[in-house]
Design a protein around this ligand. Sequence first.
Ligand code: B3K
Ligand code: ZN
Length: 896
Amino acid sequence: MRTDTSNAICRSDYAAPNYQVETVEMGFDLDPAQTRVATRLTMTRNAGARGKSITLYGDGLELVQLRMNGRPLSRRAYQLDDGVLHIPVAPEQLTLDIETLIAPELNTSLMGLYVSNGNFFTQCEAEGFRKITFFPDRPDVMARYKVMLRADRDKYPVLLSNGNLIEQGDLGDGRHYALWEDPFKKPSYLFALVAGNLVCQEEHMTLASGREVLLQVWVEEGNLDKTQHAMDSLKRSIAWDEQRWGLELDLDRFMIVAVGDFNMGAMENKGLNIFNTKYVLANSRIATDVDYSNIEAVVGHEYFHNWTGNRVTCRDWFQLSLKEGLTVFRDQEFSADMIGTDSGRAVKRIEDVRVLRQAQFPEDAGPMAHPVRPDAYVEINNFYTVTIYEKGAEVVRMYQTLLGRDGFREGMDLYFWRHDGHAVTCDDFRAAMADANHRDLSQFERWYSQAGTPRVAVETHYDAAGQTYEITLSQSCPATPGQDHKLPFHIPVAVGLLDKQGRDLPLTLEHAPASGQQQCSSPGPAHTLVLELTEASQSFRFTGIAVEPVPSLLRDFSAPVILEYEYSDRELAFLMRHDSDPFNRWEAGQRLATRRLLKLAEAVVNNSDLAATMPADDALIASMRITLDDDSLDPAFREQVMVLPSETMIAEQMEQIDPQAIHTARQFLRRQLAAALREELERVYEANATPGPYSPDAASAGKRGLRNVALSYLVELDDEISHAMARQQSDDAGNMTERIAALSALVNSNAAVKGDALARFYDDFSDEPLVVDKWFTLQATARTTTLGKVRELMKHPAFTIKNPNRARSLLFSFCNGNPAQFHVPDGSGYEFWAEQVIALNAINPQVAARLARTLDRWRKYVPELQHHMRSALERVAATRKLSKDVQEVVTKALAN
Ligand code: B3K
Ligand code: ZN
């Protein structure tokens, strides 16, 4: 077994390339069995180059020809070894002609050029371009591309690549061609081509400058009734990037293409974004409200990459968060602005923080923990993580919190002014923020270099005589693999103080600490102050505080930390009711619920009879009731309050994870809440119907969300009335949001009709792959679905492990989304996991490596389970022909 460090790539080894590529001309003769790729590179030695050698990368290529300056390169003039083509001595300027042969139809990795449903697609990030031709496939090599595509006209009527269409025509022999030119320099990972039988919806849009652009959404025939939302989302993204950041679309034509076989969500190739169908196709029949909002977010995300990622790109892959963290932050802000209301923004914030806590905090505490800017990797595709993306976005958000919106915008402007057209680093971004605002942000660098989730412990002291209130913040950060000791972070902690009536007190700090604190930009006394914690421990004293307040800490989740403060239940109930910061209102409820859930889980572990020993939690129930009943609160917000912390989130807070105990505890609490709040839930259900034609707007979606969460509680009672409600909703549903929620309610109950309902649903949607995915997911995550049932579902004619969406819908959903069934005590779930990781490894290493991460936290489980988990990990690690993707994940899991 290889160790993960022997073949690691290290950030400290970075060296600029000896040569730049000026132009790339490519000719593709597209054929599924054998595609011929002719590439001409013009290259120039860089000033300050450390040598005259050229390194090109290739992966699985058949090299047919290699010429330098028109003459064939003799076998002695280059070495070709393990995917690296090395030319030891090259002239100052040169032209390289490279001809390669590839077999797209055999490419199941979905990296490089591949075939999906008879059409050609590419995916080059991070290192897929080398599966097409030999190239200095690294992001700091930026070149201008011209691409000629040739293919059979009948089979592949549409031929697309980056940039502008220069010319197209017939080749006479049933074949045709299209010539594309991208006017902008780009790294090879942004190259794309699409060829096939596709149709498009197109619209023209006039930019703020008056320039007109052509927008297209390409899909397979039969899907044109599902493109309008993606198109609308694209137009909104373009307009928003102009308004909020002054960034204009730089091409005359912008295309989105949907493909059913795709490893992730979507890809920001210059001018030719390629998307998983899941993030394009929508109409009310097949897509839920969540799908609609995800599509808007992902369309936005990929579009925003045009500036943050494409115009300014990454020097090397260690800087990945430079583009991903920033672009996630931008898409989060976009989604929030599209909702518009304060309470809508808070709901969006809550959803984002949930993802962070549910997935990133565990990553930061596990064997794959890495800094936002990692120091080493074995396989870069394993580093498209929640840390790079979501924690990276939190890091960007903290700049905005520290510098204010205007200061942050100044920093962004300077960043583009300095670096447009270049490949840069996270340090460059930080320098732009610091310089534009004349601030010293050197300590802030630790957010990039130190892994782990910081903890901020809070102590408070009220001095009645002096009318002062002191808050002491102390930070610490646990050790992570390779990093034992951490230095203090620069943490913005937004706080407010509530008086006895729940009103915000005007805030004055006794004296500003050396680092200074940022006041809110609105006029009048501040009700929220951002305290800048830079030391291990610091105290902040507020003056003029006439009565002892209740502190509202880390408002709007101002930093990605775990905040520890001994709130009493009463204080939490009070904050839940009164805090002017809606995020913290929700947070107070989550704290109350978590406290309760941990007590319940402990009781289960100690074999207590919950019903006999754990009377209902009146404080929690009363607070939930007040929230549910408060019609002045947005339905979407009330829905968020009703959703209990997930089993995964509760697990992270336990000393030792016992998945069965957590599940039992959470179900018990849900039933208690349902029984106690039945009347309110029924009322809310009736009051939030959305009659009339379907609209995915936030207000309507919020009503449906609240209604459906109410239904899910009511069916916990598992009685005739609730079953009838779910059946009725299933029959009456006018859209997928209502339909799938009703089905889910039935499937998670003991209703007699659940089998029929599932069968009918499948019959109604068997020709819609994205809905069939939902059908698998719903069953994979249902409480009663055993491993046996999953194995049975794998035999269903619609199941295939080769399609990533389908594999995720059943296998990933079960292993990651059904903890109580997956973690059965006999370890059979883990054996199943190992089998599937091994099967996927042979087909698609990237997807396999994602599933491999399921057992990351094995050391945190109860010893009986740990033992089985280790065996399963060892079985995978011992597999022959293990991809380095999977190898890196399981080796790290076993080592740490
Ligand atoms: N940049 C791509 C992700 C590529 C993943 C490669 N394994 C999508 C995105 O973040 O927008
Ligand atoms: Zn991205």
